[in-house]
Ligand binder design. Structure first.
Ligand code: HEC
Length: 190
């Protein structure tokens, strides 16, 4: 690949970023634009470095180690997610997710909400319907947001930070009830 002269040093300093910028901008991208693309804010640079380091470590592993590494990460996240799902101390009442959605299914009961009885849904297949619009949030929400809805409404608990490990583990476990289901984001729900 050919670079305009001025950006050669940028390419050397930030090989990946500069290559990415050049790829995205094409050969015709201006030198100024490429230089800007090569100089992220310090906080962003830190995130880039951390991601690159993790990827480099991973790429240095033999293929069978890579597989085992990913499987192990998935397994531990799934186990932690299952524990969160069954944790009656997640909120402030005695309920856990499993109280109403045992094993990802439904008790068959219903809960009072805005003067109506709302049937407790099974969670099988529901992850494949997110993101979707929810009336109560007045927004298109993700599965992690929906899990938080239940924490707030039914566990009387503080919502989890959606980028926290706990929220991700819970979303991973809840999503596992939808394995093999056709992905249909936005499928009707309210
Ligand atoms: C007291 C019973 C109850 C508990 C406890 C409860 N839920 Fe729910 N859950 C419901 C009801 C009722 C709905 C339907 C509400 C709605 O669609 O707005 C629902 C909906 C959901 C949905 C969306 C289903 C869909 O069709 O879109 C998900 C995902 C979900 N719950 C996950 C969880 C998780 C995770 C927990 C634990 C943090 C939890 N729930 C705890 C009763 C409960």
């Amino acid at each position: 690949m050919r670079y305009p002269r001025k950006t050669r040093s940028v390419q050397l300093l930030f090989p990946v970023v500069a290559t990415l910028a050049a790829t995205l901008l094409g050969q015709s991208g201006s030198a100024a634009a490429q230089e800007r693309a090569g100089k992220p804010p310090a906080a962003v640079k830190k995130m880039q470095d951390s991601a690159m380091k993790a990827m480099e470590t991973f790429m240095a592993m033999p293929a069978d180690k890579q597989n085992a590494y990913v499987k192990q990460k998935q397994k531990t996240s799934m186990e932690r997610g299952e524990a969160v799902f069954n944790d009656s101390k997640l909120g402030t009442n005695v309920f856990s997710c499993a109280t109403c959605h045992p094993g990802g299914k439904t008790t068959g009961g219903s809960v009072p909400m805005s003067k109506k009885q709302i049937p407790i849904p099974s969670l099988q297949g529901v992850a494949a319907t997110f993101p979707k619009f929810k009336i109560g949030n007045d927004a298109v929400i993700t599965l992690a947001d929906m899990n938080n809805n239940c924490i707030v409404m039914f566990l009387n608990g503080e919502p989890l930070k959606t980028d926290s490990q706990k929220a991700r583990d819970l979303a991973y476990y809840v999503a596992s009830f939808s394995q093999g289901v056709l992905y249909s984001p936005g499928k009707q729900g309210n």
